[in-house]
Design a protein around this ligand. Sequence first.
Ligand SMILES: Nc1ncnc2c1ncn2[C@@H]1O[C@H](COP(=O)(O)OP(=O)(O)OP(=O)(O)O)[C@@H](O)[C@H]1O
Ligand SMILES: [Mg+2]
Length: 255
Amino acid sequence: MKAADHYFELIGLHKNFGGLSAVRDLSFHIEQGKITSLIGPNGAGKTTVFNLISGQLPLDKGNILFKAKNITFLPPHKIVDLGIARTFQDLRLFQKLTVLQNVLMGLQNRKGEQILRALMGGKALTEEERADLQKAYDLLGLVELGPKSGELVENLSYGEQKLLSLARVLATDAELLMLDEPVSGLPLGEVDRMLKLIQDLVKQGKTILVVEHNMEAVMGISDWIIVLNFGEKIASGLPAEIQKNQEVIKVYLGV
Ligand SMILES: Nc1ncnc2c1ncn2[C@@H]1O[C@H](COP(=O)(O)OP(=O)(O)OP(=O)(O)O)[C@@H](O)[C@H]1O
Ligand SMILES: [Mg+2]
């Protein structure tokens, strides 16, 4: 990486769905070790941006650079290998599997499946597998779900499921985490716990891109905010700047 290179950068991203322009000429960059938030009204294109970055959707035009490497058009597993992983707005957990099994599924290269197969077959784990299993338990400890490791996901509360989806994305060992609405829909006390966890992750060296509708949370944790409306960037700045940006206020209040 040269000094002029950004840690992560989008350049001129475009994505159309039929006649709908979901992302239009979008450019921004992310600084390492910071919390950057991507905000905007429903349908603004936030999740689509995540889908484009994570390789789940092909983009029409533009470039995505991570640590000066062009990652545009790489398949999702390659993006995760390089160190970028995301959570899903609709969580996408395996409801009929246990909490521990879901975290193991987050491990790279199907290592979790191998561990589960070995455990079910009564086979001894290799040293590496034992370390990965311990990592999964440690991550459950981090999100305070240790006592629920054997519980089926369908029996967890919504808040617990959000914490589990965070543990699962951490299991990938990615350094850039994209979190799609980590606190939306959580009861108040649980919002604070999730925000504290996110801030602790940054202290441990992670970089975070977050999409979130809870404005108090966004303003509280973000180092930088990017605002989308109808697929276009309409503003970016520090929380205090975004809060008083007239165009952002207009978009949010619909006046
Ligand atoms: N796979 C798809 N096929 C067709 N249209 C899509 C697809 N994904 C998203 N869209 C459309 O693109 C636009 C942007 O959607 P997107 O989900 O990115 O918005 P968002 O900002 O994440 O909204 P929300 O805050 O409600 O989650 C919307 O009009 C949506 O209907
Ligand atoms: Mg969305």
